[in-house]
Design a binder for this molecule. Sequence first.
Ligand code: 3PG
Length: 204
Amino acid sequence: MTILDLAPVVPVVVIDDVETAVPLARALVAGGLPVIEVTLRTPCALDAIGRIAAEVPDAVIGAGTVRSPADVRACVEAGARFLVSPGGTPGLVDAMLDSGVPFLAGAATASEVMALAERGLTELKFFPAGPAGGVAYLKALAGPIPEVRFCPTGGIRLETAPEYLALPNVGCVGGTWLTPADALASGDYARIEKLASEAAALRS
Ligand code: 3PG
């Protein structure tokens, strides 16, 4: 599976209440965004990944904010089908490679990208995309390192996503704008489905 080519936008989700996980995933899938990254930033994240894996078969559920080999094992056990990390430390990359699950390690500089490319990784997360230099920086990386493609994440919104998606070294973008905390808290899944369908239409 090539994570970067499954959907133009990967919703990055922070789940505080595990009961929202399945309806949230259903809304994103219904809106046309089947690839979902649940971040390990809340105590119920692994449980949420497990529930979505079990109950929303059309979702491609992955784990984000994966920072350690222990995280890798826990996420794969919970049912994550891909892994995403803000960085790419050697021990973490070893564990991700060993897991056999597709993953995006994170990089923000030319040297970080080159270090991960040396390990054979040609699909990375570019994080934090906005603060690290955004579209201009990715455009500059495509010159010397054209074989590496990215999912930029961090500071991207519906309005700015098209500039990123137009770059030859960008496969998809990630972001939290599709699942606003207030929509989740109030159970407004119709709004989440609408946000997903707007994002899905970015590349048809
Ligand atoms: C991430 O977790 O990958 C990013 O922090 C998401 O950033 P955003 O909230 O700016 O979309």
